[in-house]
Design a protein. Structure first.
Lengths: 309, 309
């Protein structure tokens, strides 16, 4: 089982409108809802790849109830969410019908009480021994300590479970110092962590700060990895057009499933890039196009990076 | 008891953001939720005025559940909503923090099945004999026949219950032909019904089409009424600044409560204008400021309109 942690789960709502105009009134022509939050997306992709995935984190209120009902219908995903009193946040993606451009509105998430945070820590420690790997994904809801991910990284490492951290800002900075096996920042998060806008330099710097391996997602350019076994750049065969929502989460699922299957780093990176591109190509945000994935996987280029240090 | 019918109830959600920018991502700083739909607003104001109000219409899904839980906490309002399979719609008001400007996103509402519509009609006929008046408010959800309001007007008139209709477009056109006691269009709805942009002419034309009394809401200029007993213009003492959401529903509550209390038309209009202005002044959309209402009520001017016909 692969464990994914999403402390700030979400009910992801997509609205279609003609075109969003500030300070006007809009009739929404189509509404879709799905369980969301980065770790929930990772779990869904892992399950589609044939892995058992367990989702931990919080769910509360009417939105949390809907999220859990929807999650129960996803084969291969087990719900281990801990109840909280505050309502699970909604995210609203308003898609302009003609252009596909998206405006995003993200609620902050529920206030997590100390007793709820304790209940989550107990659940996490219960689940870890049966996990082959763990992903810690996304933002922290109000009330969760800023060093939360650092603690979760240490607990996983103490019981020998490989841990991937995918977050930003201060929770990432503190989490890196706890020496996670992998971090997967995007270019902006990596620059914020290291102060360097030069990805090759920044990935190496992030390793010096504590991450064993750093896989930076560079959008359409693919991934740049700095690991104890070497450095690689992995890129899709051509620029992929579509909706990038969830592409980073698919990359995380590719990296973790590859780790658990004991693939080499170049194989893991090829899988992650292909999954990521197949997610951009899928019509629904955060799903992936299985045929595109199979096609792309053989055509991703993975090249070793020569050290300049 | 005054009955209010809201076929397309809503969970009204308000988001505060820095400033809405199309195609950007926004962190919502504050989220509020309240039971909505025009007839629900009317019922809340009626209850605040000391009348017992019963809310009929549909509620379904997780949003319908939240709406009913919130409604149960409003003193003086009785929930007589009929369950439907589809989820009650959300409306989202995105308020820019600095300017207070609002962008509105309205979901279409649930598909109402024929058996659900039948169940509503049974409920309506059960409730009517105990009602002193009925308000039919707002849009029709998908699946409800476009002549729905015309039928509801006829049923109410057949049992001698005065009926006020507040809707737009084809449902208003058909409803007017069924001879409701009062309609309360805004300037745009009135122009669409009659083809005339001249309110004085248009209110008289709407009477000829079947409405016994027409009370047009002209925004900051107040109300213009054409009734069997005369014509009046009622205006607030000064321009009121604030959020106009729900002002029309407060006017409906003023008219209906005045009718039930057997107030004269000028007294009803003064109450409706004062409530409407006190709603614009209240900090939360759709609430009214009780002190402002008492103050304004004595200062509204009601003037007879001399016939030009």
């Amino acid at each position: 089982m692969i464990l994914t942690v999403t402390l700030n789960t979400a009910l992801d709502i997509t609205y279609r409108v003609g075109a969003l105009r500030p300070h006007a009134s809009h009739r929404v022509s189509d509404v879709t809802e799905r369980p969301g939050g980065k770790g929930v997306n990772v779990a869904r992709v892992l399950a589609a790849l044939g892995h058992e995935a367990t989702v931990a984190g919080f769910a509360g209120g009417a939105t949390g109830q809907v999220l859990r009902e929807r999650l129960a219908r996803v084969p291969g995903v087990t719900d281990a969410l801990v109840p909280c009193a505050g309502p699970t946040r909604r995210t609203i993606a308003v898609v302009d019908e003609l252009t596909g451009d998206t405006t995003q509105l993200n609620e902050p998430g529920p206030q997590i009480e100390p007793a709820e945070w304790s209940a989550f820590l107990d659940r996490y420690e219960e689940l870890l021994p049966t996990a082959s790997a763990v992903a810690l994904s996304g933002s922290l809801p109000p009330g969760v300590p800023v060093g939360a991910y650092a603690g979760l990284v240490r607990t996983a490492r103490a019981v020998g479970v490989p841990v991937l951290l995918d977050t930003s800002g201060e929770p990432l900075r503190r989490g890196v110092a706890a020496r996670p096996d992998i971090i997967k920042p995007n270019a902006e998060e990596l620059a914020e962590l290291t102060g360097s806008h030069e990805p090759s330099r920044a990935t190496q710097d992030a390793r010096r700060r504590g991450a064993h391996a750093v896989v930076a997602s560079l959008g359409p350019q693919g991934l740049l990895a700095a690991t104890p076994e070497g450095r690689w750049r992995a890129a899709p065969p051509a620029r992929v057009h579509g909706n990038p929502t969830g592409a980073g989460d698919s990359a995380v699922a590719g990296l973790l499933s590859g780790l658990v299957e004991r693939l080499s780093w170049p194989e893991r990176l090829a899988r992650a890039v292909a999954l990521s591109a197949a997610t951009v190509r899928a019509p629904a945000a955060g799903e992936f196009d299985a045929a595109a994935y199979e096609d792309l996987r053989a055509r991703v280029t993975v090249a070793g990076v020569v050290s300049v240090a």
